[in-house]
Write a protein that binds this ligand. Structure first.
Ligand code: GDP
Ligand code: MN
Length: 365
């Protein structure tokens, strides 16, 4: 789960880390009221992507200008995301921008610190210039002096404290990534955390109740998919796809694209799906708009192909399917599965390529 900037800042503050004053606003009037008595502020769109500075999502304003700028941001769509809330933050006078991140390094099986004191907005740029240092967390205090020679001693000391607080927070909150870009060095030599990007391990959300409650509630088909326990991702094309196993579904998407088709979604019913789950899966993919065909690709192992067939037939008895359907069944009980579908007037294929070509042919005729 990726946190929004203001949520990350809340965790920073709870951990005792320094951040500038801030407040969250959802309307221009609220923004005006919240900044009363301050001077310069920065308005920051709360959207789940970075590069906001370069795409118009971060605006500097005097208190007098806040309402108008908030109105502008709150009606904007930035990088495809509607801005529903803005973070108002005290403008700070920065001398230098530092890049700091703590990541779980899977190769080292440890937490690693990424640091660049050369500053800059994009980590990609920093990496290209070779200015990004990777330091194992346990070696951080030992290696920092060599990297911060030109920084005041008090900044150096504060940096050690910040990294240690972030490390503790990362473990307590089950974060896999904590990125601070920029960690701002102020004119007076002290550091403050100006931005946050935090990823929490989804598998730990059951014990991170406060954070789990921040998840935006799902609705529509995505909600049905979560309730049914299928993995579903809507896409832009027009051929609905159902398969078992993420790898098989990915391969189906690839092959469909290779033969000129356009997948409308990714849907993995998982291993051992029974007929009711299959029925729900069909309902989910067909409720998407723009679907002009349905391609089902099942490789029966622990999944019984007759259960899949029964689920599809059960669906057709309740709702009529008006788009062409192509089914590829092979493996566990495929003779039974194919017979059930044949009786319902649905032919099956044994080869994936034939099935993919068939659906492309049917929707283009
Ligand atoms: P991002 O572009 O989505 O990563 O958004 P950031 O929160 O990092 O803001 C983008 C840039 O705006 C930062 O890298 C800073 O250069 C600048 N910025 C943001 N807040 C302040 C501030 O209070 N003072 C100054 N001087 N610059 C700021
Ligand atoms: Mn940033």
């Amino acid at each position: 789960m990726d946190l929004l900037e203001y949520q990350g800042k809340q965790l920073f503050r709870e951990a005792g880390l320094p951040t500038p004053w801030d407040a969250l606003a959802k309307t221009p009037e609220e923004a005006r009221r919240l900044v009363a008595g301050r001077k310069h502020v920065v308005l920051k769109a709360q959207i789940p992507v970075g590069h906001r500075g370069k795409t118009g999502g971060v605006l500097k304003a005097t208190t007098a200008e806040v309402e108008e700028k908030a109105k502008h941001l709150l009606s904007a769509t930035i990088q495809g995301h509607r801005v529903e809330a803005i973070l108002l933050e005290e403008f700070v006078d920065l001398a230098r921008e530092i890049y700091l991140a703590l990541i779980v390094d899977r190769l080292d099986r440890a937490i690693t610190v990424l640091l660049s004191i050369e500053g800059g907005i994009d980590v990609e740029e920093i990496t290209e210039h070779g200015g990004l240092h990777r330091i194992p967390i346990e070696k951080f205090s030992e290696q920092l002096p060599a990297l911060t020679k030109d920084l005041p001693q008090k900044t150096h000391v504060q940096m050690l404290k910040i990294v240690s607080q972030l490390h503790k927070m990362m473990i307590e909150k089950d974060a896999t990534l904590v990125e601070v870009n920029p960690l701002a060095l102020l004119q007076n030599g002290s550091l403050t955390l100006l931005d946050s990007k935090i990823t929490i391990d989804d598998n730990a959300l059951y014990r991170q109740k406060e954070i789990a409650a921040w998840r935006t509630p799902l609705h529509g088909v995505e909600k049905s998919a979560e309730e049914s326990g299928v993995a579903f991702v809507p896409l832009q094309g027009d051929v609905a796809i159902i398969g078992n196993g993420a790898g098989l579904v990915m391969a189906t998407l690839d092959m469909l694209t290779q033969f000129g088709g356009h997948p409308a979604n990714f849907l993995d019913v998982g291993g051992g799906a029974r007929s009711d789950k299959m029925e729900q899966a069909v309902d989910i993919v067909l409720s998407q708009k723009n679907v002009r065909g349905l391609l089902i690709n099942i490789f029966g192992g622990i999944t019984r192909t007759d259960e899949i067939a029964n689920g599809l037939v059960a669906f057709t008895k309740k709702k009529s399917i008006t788009v062409p359907i192509v089914v590829r069944l092979i493996g566990n009980r495929d003779r039974e599965g194919s017979a059930i579908l044949k009786e319902a007037g649905i032919d099956t294929y044994r080869e994936m390529e034939q099935a993919v070509k068939a659906i492309v042919r049917k929707i283009s005729s």
